[in-house]
Design a protein. Structure first.
Length: 150
């Protein structure tokens, strides 16, 4: 049985079968099955399947929850769990995007981004901020979208 779990941000937390059971119970409840004992049984199955892992990552644990639900022929519950995970992923991405934009604005205002000083054609103004933001967003998009060879 694992004793710790690695969270997405790299932190280690104490392993908790109860937390897994709670997540499974929420998926069961969303599917109309309000059975806490079933959730605990499923959580123990997840724990058993992860027995060979020293410190499983959060993503591995969630993948195992999906697998256990599917193996138990609870496809509709697995679907609810998958949709919940996808929604959480989107919320994390939105939060990250917001923080990136906030940091970019702060760096412009504090003149701590090297690109602000490099552009002698633009004054430090609201219009300059708008151009800086659009340029930064376009650069990030290109770096993420296109392969390194381009």
């Amino acid at each position: 049985m694992p004793t710790q779990i690695m969270k997405r941000d790299g932190r280690l937390e104490t392993w908790s079968t109860e937390r897994i059971a709670q997540a499974i119970f929420k998926a069961l409840s969303a599917s109309g099955i309000k059975d806490p004992l079933m959730a605990k049984r499923m959580a123990r199955k997840v724990e058993y399947k992860l027995d060979g892992f020293d410190i499983p990552e959060q993503e591995q644990v969630q993948n195992m929850v999906e697998e256990v639900l599917m193996d138990s022929r609870l496809h509709h519950v697995a679907k609810k769990f998958i949709l919940y995970r996808d929604n959480r992923r989107r919320l994390r991405n939105q939060k990250d995007a917001y923080l990136d934009i906030k940091d970019t604005i702060d760096e412009y205002l504090e003149k701590s981004d090297w690109r602000v000083a490099e552009n002698a054609n633009m004054t430090h103004s609201f219009q300059g901020l708008m151009l800086h933001l659009s340029g930064t967003i376009q650069a990030r998009y290109a770096l993420e979208k296109y392969p390194e060879e381009i």
